[in-house]
Design a protein around this ligand. Structure first.
Ligand SMILES: Cc1cc2nc3c(=O)[nH]c(=O)nc-3n(C[C@H](O)[C@H](O)[C@H](O)COP(=O)(O)O)c2cc1C
Length: 301
């Protein structure tokens, strides 16, 4: 199997987690500048929306490569069409979201609902259709370890049979949202299943990783090929730095100003600056007076 760009990464590699309404192209460009992961993902984007030309979540620049577009939905035919568009846009890979716990997404049989056993056949069709549309781009899946109970063996066993380039395993159940600590033992089990099955599919562990030194620990202890980090970047934009670089207050404020400028330029008439407010905390935290400064800065965006 051709793993595409995934096959060229040295291990353990790092991935910036997709985070809706947070990790847009401006966010990713800033992280690429501050301390880059090996791989970027877009926020999840609905296949029907993509087909209808809603492409704002699929905006990216060269500095964010390699980048996988994450898509979600239910209809295999729509995955095929959306994957075709993703390929034409110049992405390096297509990732299918089969883990999102948001109620409105699960309710319509998407995201984390895909883990339910009744969807196995349709999931196989979705993956096949995505591969067809992606025309040679590597296809991956991001998921959790079960819906309402742990089903790592059954669910990951199924996914490992689908000839995927990579699987990101977020060590939580769908019904747990993000309330409990991530279960890395189950992520380790996914790695054992992969090793037993002899397939090439890469396993990326995800959940509660807070620093690059923990990336190496997870590789050592659980054998994952790569580690995905999400929320930790929201307080430490330099979290992917291999030497644990700590940003100075001046650097934090300079990056905040640069991000605000980039956000304004990129989204001119599309997104208002009030949407940028949530970024302030990422840069202005962890030092004395940060809370007061944030308060003042928020008033300006
Ligand atoms: C605000 C927010 C938005 C998210 N949006 C997505 C998404 O669009 N697609 C997805 O697969 N996961 C999404 N996630 C889940 C993260 O990608 C990741 O799996 C989760 O945060 C656990 O990793 P962490 O402990 O490193 O944050 C989101 C998480 C957060 C906090």
């Amino acid at each position: 199997m051709d793993l595409g760009f995934w096959g060229k990464l040295s291990k353990p590699f790092t991935v910036l987690a997709p985070m809706e309404d947070v990790t847009d192209t401006t966010f990713r460009q800033m992280i690429a500048k501050i301390a880059r992961p090996d791989v970027f993902f877009t926020e999840f984007s609905n296949v029907e929306a993509i087909i209808h030309g809603e492409l704002s979540r699929l905006k990216f620049t060269r500095s964010e490569k390699p980048i996988a577009a994450q898509i979600w939905g239910t209809e295999p035919e729509s995955f095929l069409k959306a994957a075709k568009i993703v390929k034409d846009l110049g992405f390096d890979g297509v990732d299918i979201n089969m883990g999102c716990p948001v109620r409105d997404v699960v309710k319509i049989g998407c995201g984390g609902a895909r883990i339910k056993p009744e969807f196995r056949n349709q999931n196989a069709e979705i993956i096949q259709a995505t591969k067809e549309g992606a025309r040679g781009l590597p296809v991956s899946v991001k998921t959790r370890i079960g819906f309402s109970q742990i089903e790592t063996e059954d669910w990951l066993g199924f996914l490992l049979n689908q000839n995927l380039a990579a699987i990101t395993v977020h060590g939580r159940l769908v019904k747990e949202m993000s309330k409990y600590p991530a279960n890395w033992e189950e992520i380790g089990k996914a790695v054992s299943l992969k090793n037993e099955s002899g397939v090439e599919t890469l396993i990326i562990g995800n959940g509660d990783v807070a620093s690059y030194s923990q990336v190496e620990e997870k590789r050592e202890k659980y054998g994952v090929d790569g580690v995905m980090i999400g929320r930790a970047v929201l307080t430490n934009p330099a979290v992917f730095d291999k030497n644990g670089r700590v940003l100075t207050i001046d650097e934090r404020l300079d990056y905040l100003a640069a991000h605000a400028k980039l956000f304004k330029k990129t989204w001119a008439n599309v997104r208002s600056m009030t949407e940028f407010r949530k970024m302030v905390k990422m840069y202005v935290n962890g030092f004395e007076g940060a809370a007061e400064m944030r308060q003042k800065l928020m008033e300006n965006y």
